[in-house]
Design a protein around this ligand. Structure first.
Ligand code: DON
Length: 317
């Protein structure tokens, strides 16, 4: 594969609308594979026969296919955005409270915390995101508004908001998250009120966005921390590099190795069926299909990204 050097040259080589149309057709043949995340009751009723894909390039190209404009629950994709916000206020000290190693266990597992003194393996699994939420609560006066403003500015969509029904559904049934936050607190690694931490976390997971919104929202990670959508510097280049690194190694839970093998891009998935991916210095992408594989990643979304990198040769490797 050619090294990613010059955005315009790289993009000129590909018929991107044609590639997206071909992937869309392939994926639709496979509708029905995967299982929706019914452990969150409100997500259990999302139809499985949906597929959308959006691509936003640094040269200004935007391409969408399928259900790319249908809003869905972003779930853990928002862990990238909350990590970015937390790094801005806590800097490198964040890494004293959360690690940056792949966990190799399911995203909502409790087991490692006991052996590792309440320090979650990474910020992109539930335990890590709860610590990140705690950091945000300690540093922002209006944390939920800060996150919402961040999402709206990064996506360029001022109407991004929380789906109240999903929020309530998660809050009612989030037994594991309640266990995780209490357990971490017992080690002194949660400083704020438990319910406040959980409420912030459920609000970020319950955000409703579509593929285009989400692809735009991570474009700053393709542009060394600069957000072309809002025209501002979001984070320092070295932090953007680190966020991409953590996405590559930890963004798809205990399937991150397999994902790097098949796709080869920094990515973050959520149990709503969305996956964002970054081609550094070139573009950001988002795919969505609600049927999940056994690890909790969108089955057809992962397949679509695999086909995209296969057809274009765009990968960090
Ligand atoms: O807390 C949960 O289980 C969901 N709100 C989010 C899970 C998800 O998308 C994958 N987690 N890293």
């Amino acid at each position: 594969m050619a090294p990613i050097s010059d955005t315009a040259n790289v993009l000129a080589r590909h018929d991107l609308p044609g590639i997206l149309a071909a992937i869309n057709a392939e994926v639709r043949e496979r509708f029905g594979e995967g299982r929706v995340a019914d452990y969150i009751p409100m997500l259990g009723s999302v139809p499985v026969d949906r597929f959308g894909m959006a691509l936003v390039a640094l040269d200004g190209q935007v391409h969408c296919v399928g259900d790319a404009r249908e809003p869905f629950s972003v779930q853990s994709v928002s862990k990238v955005h909350s990590l970015t916000l937390a790094l801005e206020v806590a800097g490198a000290e964040l890494w004293d409270r959360v690690g940056r190693e792949p966990s190799g266990v399911p995203f909502n597992s409790l087991v490692q915390l006991e052996f590792e003194g309440g320090v979650p393996r990474n910020p992109l699994i539930n335990s890590g995101a709860l610590v990140v939420a705690d950091v945000i609560l300690s540093h922002y006066q209006r944390p939920r508004e800060a996150l919402l403003e961040f999402m709206r500015a990064r996506s360029g969509n001022a109407s991004v908001g929380v789906d109240r029904e999903v929020f309530a559904s998660e809050k009612q049934t989030g037994y594991r998250n309640t266990a995780l936050v209490n357990f971490i607190r017992s080690f002194g690694n949660i400083h704020n009120d438990i319910d406040a931490v959980l409420d912030f976390y459920y609000a970020q997971c319950s955000l409703e966005m579509d593929c285009l919104d989400l692809a735009r929202s991570v474009l700053f990670l393709a542009d060394e921390g600069h957000c072309p959508v809002s025209g501002v510097g979001v984070t320092r280049p070295d932090r953007a590099k680190r966020i991409n690194a953590v996405m590559l190694t930890c963004g798809t839970y205990d399937a991150a190795g397999d994902f790097a093998f098949h796709v080869g891009l920094p990515a973050k998935s959520g149990v709503g069926g969305g996956i964002v991916a970054v081609v550094p210095k070139v573009m950001s992408l988002c795919v969505w299909s609600p049927g999940l594989d056994t690890k909790g990643n969108s089955l057809l979304g992962g397949y679509a990204l695999h086909r995209f990198t296969e057809m274009t040769g765009l990968s960090i490797f």
